[in-house]
Design a protein around this ligand. Sequence first.
Ligand code: DSN
Length: 424
Amino acid sequence: MSYDEVREADPAVADALEGELERQEDTLAMIASENHVSEAVLEAQSSELTNKYAEGYPGERYYAGCEYADDVEELAIERAEDLWGADHVNVQPHSGTQANMGVYLAMLEPGDKILSLDLTHGGHLSHGHPANFAGQLFEVEQYEVDPETGYIDYDALAAHAEEFEPDIIVSGYSAYPREVNFGRVQETADDVGAYHLADIAHITGLVAAGVHESPVGVADFVTGSTHKTIRSGRGGIIMCDQQYADDIDAAVFPGGQGGPLMHNIAGKAVGFGEALEPEFERYAKQVVDNAKALGERLQEHGFSLVSGGTDTHLVLVDLRDSHPDTSGTVAEEALEEVGIVLNKNTVPGETRSAFNPSGIRAGTPALTTRGFDEEACERVADIIARVIDSPDDEGVKSEAAEEVEILCAEFPLYDREGQLTDSE
Ligand code: DSN
């Protein structure tokens, strides 16, 4: 992307935009929720649709001049229905959190009960944290992963649900490396008369490609964000059975949002179209193979992984066994210095704080988009291990930075005819 027009009009903003482009080119994005979209998605997101108000839904808008807005929204909906096999899709949520809000507003009353995974065990703010609207409007109790195995304990979840009698059970997580048994959670929800919301924000792409079990057609509601593993325009999505369609649509607009971000919906349509190509299945499989390779190599270096490994796009490293004096914050900062950008993360049974936790979370969606394979991910694991072993050693960090530079040059961004699928 060139920023010639911005530079002409506003050099300060152009500096920041070019700086960000260079940062993404010259560092390894390993924040598990991030990815690199194609130039086609970027272009669609920066289109003139940003100028258009289109409150309502295709064919039923509150403003004139919506024929092209209708076209892109219909394309996004049709492609989402194909990708995930959904009965009804709403592509207007501005984010994954707004998607969750849409479901809560549609199905719950203030004071109703949510049962969800604790944030420090891998949950999400919008699942009921006290600092979030969900925790403020609703009565929330939380389940945890099994402290021994790091896996969801579905029996304990069922017992908790029986006792708490929630109105909705939330599954789907932000820092959980294992496959989720959505069918089992739905059984529990059915047993206690609760709805089940499966939030697949992190794994939308893995589910679409069939490399993770799908909750679509199983859970009552499925929400997600559209810019993570699915690699489309930024925002959220809700999928549900036709019987809930009107309630969900009304909760998104006018219930919780105003005009849809039509330029982002155009980006969603383009990205969903890319994900329908056979190549995307190979990409999603490679994301998981890469995460496994990364995790196994870290384990060879002595690191402990929560749950002992991964089935998905991310690994969660608990530093307490291998590096008891190194917090996730120290690791995150030292790694950022050498060009590896990931995030500090709480771990189950956290003994530090959310601001200075005991773990790091690392994901492979963006590296895989750059064309990384298992061998390249093992090289990244070797660098991570050396830096965390000696976070204050400038010599180690300088050598690590050189190796990151070599990897970035070997797997460059945005030079593959607009499609960031892989380098082969
Ligand atoms: N911030 C996202 C993540 O990193 O998991 C979720 O909203």
